[in-house]
Write a protein of this length. Structure first.
Lengths: 315, 284, 409
């Protein structure tokens, strides 16, 4: 309790007057809100305001002239019907679902596997674990160029490597409409593994060793311990990783642009790239805002479902 | 895989079995090689500045550091800018997130759940949407082309994540510890600083690290919120080598490698804290 | 005082307020310095930035003003300019890609250059059209570029082939030159606008038009591309290649011929031992015109509302696109000067790019017929030829594309 009031001369908590309980409670609550208020204000400004603006924009006719005249007349649901009638929208939606689920499963499972693996003691454990985060430091522009080279059908390292292993060696990673989405998912998994691994590893460290010892004394197998001890205890961390992972994956844009630009033939077009295309290539900002809002809606639905499903678990 | 020998997620007591440990290490190295191969390729290209992008040999035939030298002279200032902005963003982020995480974790205030949900919602908003809206606001506030403006914007990249992460670990701090501190005469704030923060040191460092990485690799805000070259972090700086017509990819790679160095150093240094577990085992 | 302002709250609030306050105080307002003019362009890379800086220094000295340059990545110029428009902070001179200029003009953002005193004499009509929207001249080009057929002289000589001039010849030559790691021809069918840029010479030389994508002429052009792919003379990776990738392939010896533009010459020349030649893009039948796309940037004067500044901006553009400046820029960038007299002089200095100058003479602007609608048509066309190159029939892909292009807008 800060002693900003000049009146409170004695530094002990005991004051002469008995404090009014209601006032004390209110002051206490205000002080508690003081902890949270800056964050709430910040987020309202930096996220709430753009969100509201985006929702409004999706009902407006927002075109390049708007930037000059400031006029963006309301056009009701015109933007929305235009977007839904675009055949590209259905495709993009489907790709988004595949991309997000595929990426999450890949990133999470491999991340968890690696996290478990790294809980063992072996030489260089710490060094290897810290180096795994390095892919994160590569700018997306560079990642895109590097991966495009690696995945090139004719001259890419990946195909050469697979060729020497006798596993084919001419897979059209980025050039076939069937494979392109899979390739993009794989690259995204590569990017997401470090994040998942670090967080899950931190969570694993929290599980008390005594539980495992007790379980193995009871004769539980490794898999059984994992299922009954590790997973439940990791629940809050898993929630963080999956929910945050979902939200950042579903709107991914720069990776896809760098790798395939939505192609070939729109086979890697997602809602994220579609909103970019609408807003910044076709300069139809209203339509872009619509797709953006749909993205946000999908995230919100997922968050609600997941959190509700987890509500009863220990908090 | 023989599950009988594979122990559950717990460190094996070091009673012999040295072959097992070397096997694990080799596997770890293999995993790292696969994960870092694109980076290897990046460094490899940077070490061969004279070759065209496709003619890079799989293994560098010399140690041609000229690419790195020129990248350093060109981008040195930009690296410092990135460092300043990222550090500022981390400070702002932690200053705002840590108390909020604590409040949301331990205080029984009405509306906590809504705020937590709201924090999650912020992650749903695509970056472009935010950048565009911020630009007009920044113009009105005069924050364009300023370090402060960019630090605030980059802090926003880490704040929701930091709050959610730290909260999920602060929730585990037993009430008894906090109440014990308060009984001893410490106020809310002092309890927070003297007791809660040290106990959450590892989640604090994890959040700070991720916040730093997000800010360091930000391109969107740096591009949108700057109209001059006054504030030019390295993510913008590398475009010096990529023009509308040609691209000097060797220099781009060299600059990217250079830009990875400070962050990599931070990573290795902070790994010790992340390794000790997010609450450092101080929760008995 | 209430406990509301505990240090925990006070500290972040004061920090933030101080930062904002400090920024506002130190940040300059929207006042424009009467002697300082700004140019926004896409010359991010070091060489182009330097050449432009030199030009601006010379022009600044001549006109008695200081000219500042700001460069952003090419893909960002449009959005940046629009944002600047909304915050009333447009630059004095804006260099746009010619295909983006109509969008800006349509929104009322540009001042017609003739109104500001710039003339178009000595500029070929095609290039005036290139910088015009609905008949009004908005953008002055310093240099223009187009596509041509580059070939590896040694490789062709060794195979005993002469440079192809028709589609049939090119198909045969490409087939003969495909062996081992080397493909006969490399072109870009990916990389967003790059691929469309590369398709236009085939589309237009065959009589096709961007307003009618489902016509037999356009399908014919697309079928030609498919035939090259089927022969194996064109790599399947083409749907993922940008023009820069194509250049890399050619330089690495993975392709004997390539379709590309003169901006690659600087990089091409850096490769020792590569003896390259340049020719017009082959045409469907002997005697047809080889109609390629006109590319390049145009200098425009945004509508800032300040007539005096706009007049001076036009003078700056006039200086930048003066004959001598054009030749200097053209020699640096390996592109063709817009001004007729400058182009004639340039031809004498760079005889090896003769074919390119000829190609420019018959070239066409992408946005001439469609104006601001070009971007939607381009997206539809991209999707169509990529779809056709990955298996679909040309007719089906193009019919769908035409529907898509005409529905949206």
């Amino acid at each position: 309790m800060s002693t900003t009031t000049a009146a409170a001369a004695p530094l002990t908590k005991k004051t002469a007057k008995p404090p009014n309980p209601a006032r004390v409670r209110r002051r206490r609550r205000l002080a508690q809100w003081g902890f949270i208020a800056p964050a709430v204000v910040f987020m309202a400004l930096f996220f709430g305001y753009p969100l509201v603006r985006n929702i409004v924009m999706s009902f407006q006719d927002y075109s390049p002239s708007t930037f000059f005249t400031g006029e963006s007349p309301f056009n009701g649901t015109d933007n929305w019907s235009k977007v839904f009638n675009d055949e590209l929208f259905g495709k993009a939606l489907w790709h988004t679902i595949l991309f997000t689920i595929g990426s999450l499963i890949g990133q999470f499972c491999i991340g968890l596997g690696l996290a478990v693996f790294f809980t063992r003691r072996f030489p260089l454990n710490g060094v290897l674990r810290s180096l795994i985060l390095l892919p994160w430091l590569v700018p997306m522009v560079v990642s895109g160029v590097v991966w495009r080279r690696i995945l090139d059908q004719d001259t890419g390292v990946l195909n050469s490597f697979l060729g020497t292993l006798g596993l084919g060696g001419d897979t059209p990673w980025l050039t076939s409409t069937n494979m392109a989405l899979i390739s993009v998912i794989l690259v995204n998994v590569w990017i997401g593994i470090p994040f998942n691994m670090v967080i899950l590893y931190g969570g694993l460290q929290e599980v008390p060793k005594e539980l495992y010892e007790a379980a193995s004394l009871d004769g539980a197998s490794a898999w059984r311990s994992f299922r009954s001890i590790t997973l439940p205890m990791l629940r809050p961390v898993i929630t963080v990783v999956l929910v945050l992972g979902f939200m950042s994956t579903v709107k991914i844009l720069d990776l896809i642009l760098a790798l395939t630009d939505g192609g070939p033939a729109d086979s890697t077009q997602t809602l994220g790239t579609l909103t970019y295309q609408n807003s910044f290539v076709q300069l139809d900002f209203g339509a872009g805002a619509v797709v953006g809002n749909i993205l946000i809606l999908i995230s919100a639905v997922f968050a609600v479902f997941y959190l509700r499903a987890n509500r009863n678990e220990g908090k | 895989m023989a599950s009988t020998v594979r122990t559950p997620a717990a460190p094996t007591p070091t009673t012999g079995r040295p072959k097992r440990r070397w096997g694990a290490m080799l596997f770890g190295v293999l995993v790292l090689c696969v994960m870092l191969f694109p980076l290897y390729w990046m460094v490899n290209t940077a070490l061969q500045p004279e070759s065209g992008l496709l003619e890079v040999d799989p293994v560098p035939h010399g140690l041609d550091l000229s690419g790195f030298r020129s990248a350093l002279t060109d981008q040195g200032g930009n690296l410092l800018t990135s460092l300043a902005v990222a550090l500022g963003a981390v400070v702002i982020c932690l200053a705002i997130s840590a108390p909020a995480a604590y409040g949301l974790a331990q205080f029984k205030l009405r509306g906590t759940r809504t705020i937590v949900f709201g924090t999650l919602i912020t992650q749903m908003v695509p970056g472009i949407v935010i950048a565009n809206a911020l630009y007009s606001a920044y113009v009105d506030l005069g924050l364009v082309n300023s370090y402060a403006g960019l630090m605030l914007a980059d802090a926003s990249l880490g704040i929701p994540f930091a709050i959610v992460l730290m909260r999920s670990f602060m929730v585990a701090i037993p009430r008894e510890v906090i109440e014990a501190a308060e009984v001893d005469g410490a106020g809310r704030f002092r309890t927070f600083v003297r007791v809660v923060l040290p106990m959450s040191r590892n989640s604090l460092i994890t959040a700070g690290l991720f916040s730093f990485l997000y800010a360091w690799s930000d391109f969107m805000f740096a591009l949108t919120l700057n109209t001059t070259d006054d504030v030019k972090p390295i993510t913008l700086g590398i475009y010096q080598y990529i023009g509308a017509h040609v691209g000097d990819w060797g220099s781009v790679m060299a600059a990217s490698v250079l830009s990875a160095v400070p962050a990599a150093v931070l990573l290795v240094l902070s790994q010790k804290y992340i390794a000790a577990g997010i609450t450092g085992g101080s929760v008995k | 005082m209430s406990n509301r302002f505990t240090p925990r709250v006070a500290v972040p609030l004061t920090v933030v307020s101080a930062l904002i306050g400090g920024a506002v105080l130190s940040g300059c307002g929207q006042q424009r310095d009467p002697d300082v003019y700004t140019v926004l362009n896409s010359s991010t890379d070091e060489s182009y930035h330097r050449w432009d800086a030199q030009t601006l220094a010379r022009c600044g000295k001549r006109l008695g003003v200081t000219i500042e340059q700001q460069s952003v990545p090419a893909a960002q110029v449009m959005t940046k300019a629009l944002r600047m428009a909304s915050s009333k902070s447009l630059p004095d001179v804006l260099q746009l890609d010619a295909s983006e200029m109509p969008t800006f003009a349509e929104a009322g953002g540009l001042i017609p250059l003739k109104d500001l005193g710039l003339t178009t004499k000595d500029i070929p009509e095609g290039i005036v059209d290139f910088g015009s929207y609905e008949g009004t001249y908005y953008g002055a080009a310093r240099t223009v570029n187009t596509l041509a057929l580059f070939y590896n002289k040694d490789t062709l000589d060794k195979a005993g082939l002469k440079v192809p001039t028709t589609w049939a010849e090119m198909r045969a030559a490409a087939k003969k030159l495909t062996h081992g790691r080397q493909y006969g021809l490399a072109l870009s069918a990916g990389g967003a606008e790059d691929g469309v840029f590369q398709f236009t010479p085939f589309m237009w030389s065959n009589g096709g038009d961007e307003t009618k994508l489902d016509s037999p002429e356009v399908a014919g052009a697309l079928d030609y591309w498919k035939s090259l792919l089927k022969d194996g003379s064109l790599s399947k990776s083409t749907v993922n290649w940008t023009q820069a990738d194509v250049n890399d392939q050619f330089m690495a010896g993975n392709a004997a011929m390539m379709i590309n533009g003169p901006w690659q010459v600087e990089t091409l020349n850096s490769k020792k031992g590569l003896d390259w030649g340049i020719a017009e893009i082959p045409v469907p039948e002997p005697g047809d015109d080889s109609v390629g796309p006109l590319g390049g940037g145009v200098l425009t004067v945004p509508n800032t509302g300040d007539e005096e500044r706009e007049k001076m901006s036009a003078k700056i553009i006039g200086c930048m696109s003066g004959e001598q400046e054009q030749i200097t820029y053209a020699l640096n960038s390996w592109m063709v000067p817009a001004n007729e007299k400058a182009a004639a002089e340039w031809r004498t200095k760079v005889p090896e790019l003769d074919a390119l100058a000829d190609q420019v003479a018959t070239a066409r602007s992408r946005t001439a017929k469609l104006g601001a609608r070009w971007s939607s048509v381009s997206l539809a066309l991209q999707s169509a030829f990529q779809s056709a190159l990955t298996g679909e029939s040309s007719e089906a892909a193009l019919t769908r594309a035409q529907k898509r292009a005409t529905s949206g807008n």
